[in-house]
Design a protein. Structure first.
Length: 276
């Protein structure tokens, strides 16, 4: 779609009518730093076996041509494709309005600074933002229903997260090893899966709701700054397989004769009774 030797192109617009983008689509266009994706086209992905890590390395048309991308804008009725910008090391931002994100969409993007998901829905796939080390905040909009395993795992500077009421599940390690300081669990989410917030050492405040059915093994384990947590239901299950849920130093606050008191007794946590 572009002249072969056009040095002065800085923006690539993939039109809504496009159905397929090949690996060579941007060859010789090494000044392109902005990509606008309008529509649900498929991207060719090149796979190369890495004998050291014993895994496949995956290259999209952007990575294959070594484009210095600094901004991605996408508006799609389908999900944002996986492996499109994973491991992209240059400072860049993303504005996405999509029906979900596929696995590993931005995994390993060490300099992804800002992400807007406004208008997005569906599911954020596994490893979608894993190890995005410069990402500091994310507001997940209404319409997103699920966050898969490791989606934001090891985003070491991620401090602020907003979860929508439309959220119905978060899978294991979704926000593990991040810098989250406080989190409000929305009422649509009735189960906090195992290890979801494990080793979030900056976490100081967790707000739960009374409709919460269960908090699974190790969900908040390693959250060493979590001084106390209030369980606002008598019957929320804490742990399923004989493992800790909270650090031993966390004070558990809950109703007398509740599952929260039973957990504190079993694991030796300090327990404070809250009034009806």
């Amino acid at each position: 779609a572009y002249p072969v030797d056009a040095d002065d192109y800085t923006t690539a617009v993939i039109p809504k009518e496009a159905t397929f983008v090949s690996l060579e689509a941007f060859e010789n266009l090494l000044d392109i730093n902005t990509v606008i994706i309008n529509g649900d086209c498929e991207f060719e992905v090149y796979r190369e076996y890495d004998s050291n890590s014993k895994t496949d390395k995956k290259f999209s048309p952007f990575a294959y041509s070594g484009l210095p991308i600094r901004k991605v804008v996408a508006e799609r009725e389908s999900a944002f494709p996986g492996n499109i910008l994973n491991n992209h090391a240059i400072n860049f931002t993303a504005e996405l309005s999509c029906n979900g994100l596929e696995s590993s969409a931005f995994s390993g993007c060490s300099n992804l600074r800002e992400v807007s998901l406004e208008g997005s829905s569906g599911v954020i796939g596994s490893y979608a933002f894993g190890t995005c080390g410069k990402l500091k905040s994310i507001a997940i909009p209404e319409g997103v229903t699920g966050i898969d395993a490791y989606a934001f795992n090891d985003c070491k500077q991620l401090e602020e997260v907003t979860l929508p009421n439309s959220l119905t599940y978060m899978n294991t390690y979704a926000f593990a090893r991040t810098a989250i300081r406080e989190i409000v669990i929305p009422e649509g989410l009735t189960n906090i899966n195992d290890n979801v917030f494990s080793n979030c050492t900056s976490l100081t405040s967790v707000t739960l709701h009374e409709k919460l059915d269960s908090i699974m093994d190790y969900a908040f384990y390693g959250c060493t700054s979590l001084a106390s947590i209030t369980i606002p239901s008598r019957y929320t299950t804490l742990g399923m397989n004989g493992a800790r849920v909270f650090p031993e130093t966390t004070t558990i606050r809950g109703y007398a004769d509740s599952t929260a008191e039973a957990y504190a007794t079993t694991w030796g946590n300090n327990f404070e009774v809250i009034e009806e």
